[in-house]
Design a protein around this ligand. Structure first.
Ligand code: ADP
Length: 420
């Protein structure tokens, strides 16, 4: 990959990079003081005409200069609307949006200095790759030689040099996706807005391309807001992830934050694959009753539950937080095997706590059934119908309120178990 028009110093955390005017300007690089391309959603709200509740409801979100921020959540949660509000493609009914210290709430899309990459690449079929990539610059009346220079530089970065004179139909899906990226890159925008840009690629190419996009963004240091419904994509690409549900922000944090300390039951169930086991268990005497096993809750959790007067708790434990245990161990939870999923490097067992072992009080909370999933050694898999025994690794429980769904503890709880 070659060097691009961005100053070598234009890395995350350095604000002394060469700056460029945006779509409203000349596109010629200008030296200037350190203009920050932060993005701020300030109680930004979008209510579609005829809607009974906002598609995006009072979104407060600060995105740092150079950050890769991923908006993630299930279909219809308001990701695209949020991105389109930032791009100026959607009206805002309340609140404001800022890019740097500029209130862009009422600024025309073309004057916001952002570049969009969509799921559908929308390349012009009759134009060559080079013309597609340079088209926005041509419209902005940028000098031909400058356009060629930028297109060639972007072509080098994206490994498209040998395809610049081809038409899109003679490219693979992955190459077309890179042309769409190139079209955004040549504009040197303050902010990239990417809406599910990998959805049209097959699984293998998607994995490769997400790594390339993340690496490219880090190299360019351009503030990026990236929309996906795929939590694995979010975890692997984002500096931080913002989880939305029903237009409401659930949690913002690093991938590690989201994984280790999900703020509520929804985030806990959404981030991680296979999903965290989340079940409602009865509480008593500082314990959660998991079948025959009493899982000790932390003092913090017990105090929070007592303050709520709660008789039950949502306990979460990830498939990878279950470890094989001896049936004689007091902390062992029995699991009757329904199904094994073998993935080569990993295997997962799906099963239930047998009722005969006292599995009372187990209700599904976020999933349709009451199955528990555990990661197991792929070289030692049980059979359907077997009973296998697991214990929850110490310090690996997540504790949530059954009333509010919120995380009750700031630190992981530890568990010890005693026979019921
Ligand atoms: P996501 O990108 O997370 O799938 P969207 O932002 O597209 O979700 O949509 C959020 C909500 O707004 C959904 O309930 C959707 O049906 C609604 N919505 C999206 N676009 C429009 C529109 N143009 N008119 C009315 N409602 C819309």
């Amino acid at each position: 990959m070659g060097t691009f028009v961005f100053d070598e110093q234009c890395q995350r955390g350095h604000h002394s990079c060469t700056l460029h005017h945006g779509s409203s300007g000349t596109y010629l690089p200008v030296k200037g003081p350190s203009l920050m391309a932060t993005v701020t959603f300030d109680k930004a709200t979008r209510l579609y005409p005829g809607g009974d509740r906002p598609a995006v409801d009072s979104l407060d979100l600060d995105i740092a200069d150079g950050e890769f921020l991923v908006l993630v959540g299930p279909s219809g949660c308001g990701k695209s609307t949020s991105l389109r509000m930032l791009a100026g493609l959607e009206d805002i009914n309340g609140g404001k949006i800022w890019i740097g210290d500029r209130d862009v709430t009422n600024v025309q899309p073309k004057d916001r200095d952002i570049a969009m990459v969509f799921q559908s690449y929308a390349l012009y079929p009759h134009m060559t790759v080079a013309d597609n990539m340079g088209f926005a610059l041509k419209i902005a009346k940028v000098d031909k030689s400058e356009i060629r220079k930028r297109v060639e530089e972007a072509g080098k970065i994206l490994d498209l040099t040998q395809y610049l004179d081809r038409k899109p139909k003679a490219l693979s899906g992955g190459q077309r996706q890179r042309v769409a990226m190139g079209r955004a890159i040549v504009r040197n925008p303050k902010v990239f807005c990417m809406d599910e840009p990998l959805s049209n690629l097959d699984a293998k190419l998607r994995v490769q391309t997400r790594t390339q996009i993340a690496a490219l963004q880090r190299r360019l240091g351009t503030t990026t807001v990236y929309v996906t419904h795929d939590q694995v994509e979010a975890l692997t690409m984002g500096d931080r992830i913002c989880v939305l549900k029903d237009g409401i922000l659930q949690q913002v944090g690093t991938p590690r934050d989201m994984y280790d300390s999900p703020a509520n039951v929804f985030v806990a169930g959404f981030i991680g694959s296979p999903a965290m086991n989340l079940r409602t268990f009865q509480v008593g005497d500082g314990h959660a009753k998991v079948g025959t096993v009493d899982v000790t809750l932390s003092r913090e959790a017990t105090a929070a539950l007592a303050a709520e007067g709660a008789k039950d708790v949502v306990l979460g434990f990830r498939p990878e937080s279950l470890e094989p245990a001896s049936p004689n161990s007091p902390s062992a939870i029995p699991l009757e095997v329904d199904m094994i999923e073998e993935l080569g490097s990993d295997a997962f067992v799906f099963g239930r706590v047998p009722v005969s072992h006292g599995g009372s009080g187990i209700d599904p909370v976020t999933s349709a059934d009451s199955e528990i999933v555990a990661r197991i050694d792929p070289r030692d898999v049980p059979k359907k119908g077997d009973v296998v025994w697991f214990s929850i690794r110490e310090g690996n429980q997540h504790v949530f309120s059954t009333k509010t769904g919120k995380r009750l503890i700031t630190t992981p709880v530890t568990t010890s178990a005693s026979p019921a």
